[in-house]
Design a protein around this ligand. Structure first.
Ligand SMILES: *[C@@H]1O[C@H](CO)[C@@H](O)[C@H](O)[C@H]1NC(C)=O
Ligand SMILES: *[C@@H]1O[C@H](CO)[C@@H](O)[C@H](O)[C@H]1NC(C)=O
Ligand SMILES: *[C@@H]1O[C@H](CO)[C@@H](O)[C@H](O)[C@H]1NC(C)=O
Ligand SMILES: *[C@@H]1O[C@H](CO)[C@@H](O)[C@H](O)[C@H]1NC(C)=O
Ligand SMILES: *[C@@H]1O[C@H](CO)[C@@H](O)[C@H](O)[C@H]1NC(C)=O
Ligand SMILES: *[C@@H]1O[C@H](CO)[C@@H](O)[C@H](O)[C@H]1NC(C)=O
Length: 590
């Protein structure tokens, strides 16, 4: 299990939000690891301003934002661009925002009859970077979707290399220190714990307001949907082709409701209840979370002692063993030191690691089992390495991480998008009770809404629904039977708003379809993009194998009779890799 890979899973996606408290633990390492394996973007300024590019390296400085798309090579495989768009679409001739883009070009030439234009991607978050996503996985998506399409990622306004950029801290160091104040240790231990999270939310809102240069209010999903339309138009096209994950489903559904006649193809995958999102409730996400951990218990028991390091004879035995571990770590936190990192592994930490692993069972269940078995024997290193990167280090270059993807963007987008959250402590205490009553994981999840308790009061005159629409082409929704944060019920609910839309169900644990390799799912998605065809309502796809079990490939043929046989092996290989590339941001990427 590569540490880098796992950490990046964290970067990956939905909708997790703003636990600044975990920044130091998770967020900072994520930033560093992601950069380390990315394109060498140099020590750059944002695409809107000047700076001194590193010699011979691509730098966003080299790209002046323009109203037309001008792609330049950012490495051997990718091209980058920076699109100038209105900061406020009600005032199109006013100040401009700049959207950073990356693409993996179609292999067929644009002049070819078979060329089908760009597919835009969003990895979720909110606040995830589409540039990072396509940098990491552009080739995999291209293999899945075919040579006809450009695979295009962009950093939404507020995020990464795009401007305006959400940033509540003057330096990386200040941001890292905010994350190390110990706020992460207060889940579920007392009313005082909730009050501390509330207080942190109030303080964060004050920082955001005081450091706002007037641009913060323009960072929202409504404006980003308009940016997407501009991106489409800058390609010389009228209608969008889009695949959005997790929070990217809110962005996709919003686009479809705002511009129903601009839909050529639109897939939303790992679907959020957008009404619940715009109400800043975050109360519909955890309906299936326990199903995922149940998969861990039953899968481990079935795998046998050779297949699962935390094996016990029945699912209930495995569950009981985990409960025992919780109890012992609650009573006695464990100091852990690895070559890369160190931490105190306590109850909160353990639950957090497990919650994170639920996003990617196919990638991480076996490692989790090893980590739990080791922990039972007094060794916490594997669990630590599942999430932690190196401790924060100051950089010699103050601009080194200036354009990293930081959690500020997530908070800005979700707090701006949603209804105002009551600012008093009592309401937060009641909300916390409400959430912990809904789910065992409600304590972790409730920090998302609480990150908005001090948010500045901007006018809420942007799009927040309604979603009913007759789209120019029916949209495709994809939901897993056991998704930890985007339950299938939300996909069904959102589908009811869009005439002709279909929910494709994937029978797997994990977040978004790409968390499990299913040739069936990918074939439907491929055919949707290429031919516009939808699966029959009620279609259920199986993944190949399970988190603890990889069958010989020949077993997969039966599941998709229509997969072209010679391509099957390659497709499976791509699907496998996608389930292990950390592209969907973990919301607690604070
Ligand atoms: C955008 O511009 C319009 C027209 O000038 C203005 O009424 C509106 O308040 C602006 N939006 C924001 C978020 O400032
Ligand atoms: C798990 O449970 C089984 C039986 O219930 C027990 O024999 C075993 O020691 C337990 N393992 C751990 C690591 O707690
Ligand atoms: C907890 O949930 C139950 C069942 O949904 C409900 O009847 C009860 O009122 C809830 N309690 C609180 C404090 O929300
Ligand atoms: C929260 O704390 C209470 C009391 O300590 C405990 O009974 C409960 O199981 C805890 N909930 C979670 C999700 O850990
Ligand atoms: C969709 O079209 C039908 C019939 O053409 C119409 O009654 C309905 O109001 C439309 N819905 C929306 C949201 O435009
Ligand atoms: C819904 O879409 C179908 C085709 O998908 C179309 O025949 C029908 O008129 C649409 N209904 C509305 C209300 O627009």
């Amino acid at each position: 299990m590569s540490r880098v890979r796992v950490i990046n899973v964290v970067l990956g996606v939905l909708t997790f939000v703003a636990m600044y408290s975990l920044w130091r633990l998770l967020y900072v390492p994520v930033r560093f690891e992601v950069r380390a394996q990315n394109v060498n973007f140099g020590l750059q300024e944002p695409c809107t301003s000047g700076g001194t590019p590193a010699p011979n390296a691509f730098s966003w400085d080299d790209i002046i934002p323009r109203k037309d798309l001008v792609w330049i090579d950012c490495d051997a495989r990718r091209q980058c661009a920076c699109l100038a768009v209105p900061l406020n679409y009600s005032n199109p001739e006013g100040e401009q925002a700049a959207i950073a883009l990356i693409r993996r070009r179609a292999s067929v030439p644009e002049s070819s009859d078979t060329y089908r234009g760009p597919i835009l991607f969003n990895p979720g978050g909110p606040g995830g970077s589409g540039v990072d996503m396509i940098d990491m996985a552009g080739d995999l998506f291209a293999s899945l979707l075919g040579p006809e399409f450009d695979i295009v990622g962009f950093d939404p306004r507020g995020v990464g290399r795009s401007t305006p950029r959400a940033s509540f801290f003057k330096t990386d160091v200040e941001r890292a220190l905010w994350g190390s104040t110990g706020l992460g240790t207060f889940f579920n231990n007392s009313d005082e714990g909730v009050a501390r999270i509330w207080a942190a939310g109030r303080l964060l809102g004050q920082l955001a307001a005081e450091r706002d240069d007037g641009h913060l209010r323009h960072i929202n999903t409504d404006q980003t949907a308009r940016d997407m339309l501009r991106i489409v138009e800058a390609h010389g096209r009228e209608k969008i082709q889009y695949w959005g994950f997790s929070y990217g489903s809110v962005l996709g559904a919003s686009f479809a409701a705002m511009f129903p006649d601009k839909i050529e193809r639109l897939v939303i995958d790992g679907v959020v209840d957008s009404e619940n999102y715009y109400a800043t409730l975050w109360s519909n996400n955890l309906l299936d979370t326990d199903k995922v951990i149940d998969h861990f218990f039953s899968g481990c028991a079935e795998a046998g002692p050779d297949g699962c390091a935390f094996w016990a004879p029945t699912a209930d035995d495995v569950r009981q063993n985990l409960t025992n571990l919780y109890d012992s770590i609650r009573a006695r936190p464990l100091p852990v030191k690895t070559d890369f990192s160190y931490a105190i592994l306590d109850y909160t930490f353990l639950r957090f690691v497990i919650f994170r692993v639920l996003y990617s069972p196919y990638d991480l269940f076996q490692t989790l089992a090893q980590g739990l078995a080791d922990l039972a024997a007094g060794d916490g290193r594997v669990l630590l390495e599942l999430v932690a990167g190196p401790p924060f280090q100051c950089s010699c270059n103050p601009a080194a991480h200036r354009y990293d993807v930081v959690g500020d963007g997530q908070v800005a987008i979700l707090c701006n998008d949603g209804d105002d959250v009551p600012r008093d402590l009592q309401s937060s205490l009641e909300y916390y009770k409400f959430m912990t009553n809904i789910s065992n994981w409600g304590d972790i999840w409730s920090t998302i809404r609480l990150s908005c308790v001090g948010w500045p009061k901007f006018p809420k005159d942007h799009f927040q629904g309604p979603f009913n629409a007759n789209t120019s082409h029916p949209i495709l929704l994809v939901g897993n039977t056991a998704d930890p944060v985007t339950p299938l019920a939300a996909a069904k609910k959102m589908s009811s708003f869009f005439n002709g839309s279909v929910v494709l169900t994937q029978d797997s644990p994990g977040h978004c379809s790409i968390s499990a390799p299913s040739l069936c799912t990918y074939t439907y998605i491929h055919d949707y993009f290429l031919h516009g065809t939808l699966p029959k309502p009620g279609t259920v796809c199986d993944p190949i194998g399970g988190p603890f079990f990889k069958p010989p490939l020949s077993d997969s043929a039966a599941q998709v009779p229509f997969v072209r046989e010679e391509e099957e092996k390659e497709l499976f290989d791509v699907a496998e890799k996608l389930s292990r590339v950390p592209i969907i941001p973990f919301p607690f990427r604070m």
